[in-house]
Design a protein around this ligand. Structure first.
Ligand code: FES
Length: 118
């Protein structure tokens, strides 16, 4: 499944866009988050902590650390790098968020859970 998320120019540093991407094989909703990594490249991850199957923000919409340098899980504090989703601190240290796929077309950004061509 592929879903339109936003225009590329809307995705400034410190902005995280989220969208729903259907459900996984277990029937759990796939929530996607889209942002710019430290290097400015656009990345997307599933909004699901690697420690327990809960959204990073627990529904609050708060996904970034105070300084905007990391994604954080509000439940137990896992801290993930922006550019690769790698957990650098917290209960799931050494694991990485599930990567999703971003496609840009004429300034529109789409996210999907597969790299298969549309
Ligand atoms: S549920 Fe995310 S760090 Fe515990």
């Amino acid at each position: 499944m592929e879903v339109w998320v936003c225009r590329e120019e809307e995705l400034r540093d410190g902005v995280v866009r989220t969208t729903r991407l259907g459900v996984d094989d277990d029937g759990i909703p796939i929530m996607a988050l889209l942002l710019r990594g430290e290097n400015g490249a656009i990345v997307a991850y599933r909004n699901l902590c690697r420690h327990l199957p809960v959204p990073l923000d627990g529904g609050t919409g708060e996904l970034l650390s105070d300084d905007g340098a990391h994604l954080i899980c509000g439940t137990h504090g896992a801290t993930y790098r922006l550019h690769d989703g790698y957990c650098v601190e917290g209960p799931c240290e050494g694991l990485a968020l599930q990567q999703l796929y971003v496609r840009e077309e004429a300034g529109d950004l789409y996210v999907s859970d597969t790299s298969e061509p549309r």
